[in-house]
Design a protein around this ligand. Structure first.
Ligand code: ZN
Length: 139
């Protein structure tokens, strides 16, 4: 279901609760809402008003992914970048790693499976932005 995107709301400033396999419906809402917005390439659950640590993103091949309970384990080559956010009007400067290692859970056949993966460049930047959302941090 397409949801309204939350802007400047206290929920965005609170760390999210761990997400579970029961939150599959939230993922569907995130995918529907992201598909409805032309500018969105990623969306966190608290941006649609659900304080759970899960987000979706679209990669360069236009494939969509959902990440549950993401944790940044390692970052290389920090740099200053300008970033926009659907929940925030102005572009902001932040510090992002160009290459990261993330641990997260992935939903597979109705259960969460633990994963560890490396990301670089634009995808890495987007994932760091989403992890910040899950931790209740806005750019
Ligand atoms: Zn954002």
């Amino acid at each position: 279901m397409i949801k309204d995107i939350v802007k400047d709301d206290p929920i965005l400033g609170q760390p999210c609760e761990p997400a579970t396999a029961e939150d599959a419906a939230v993922v569907q809402d995130l995918l529907d809402t992201m598909a409805d917005s032309e500018e969105a390439a990623c969306l966190a659950a608290n941006q649609i008003g659900v304080a759970k640590a899960v987000f979706v993103y679209r990669d360069k091949k236009q494939h969509t992914h959902a990440m549950f309970n993401p944790v940044l384990k390692r970052g290389l080559r920090p740099q200053r970048v300008k970033e926009g956010c659907l929940s925030h009007e102005e572009e902001t400067k932040s510090r992002r790693y160009d290459q990261i290692v993330v641990e997260f859970d992935e939903l597979k056949d109705g259960a969460l499976v633990h994963r560890r993966r490396e990301f670089a460049g634009w995808t890495a930047q987007m994932i760091q932005h989403m992890i910040d959302h899950c931790n209740g941090r806005l750019v």
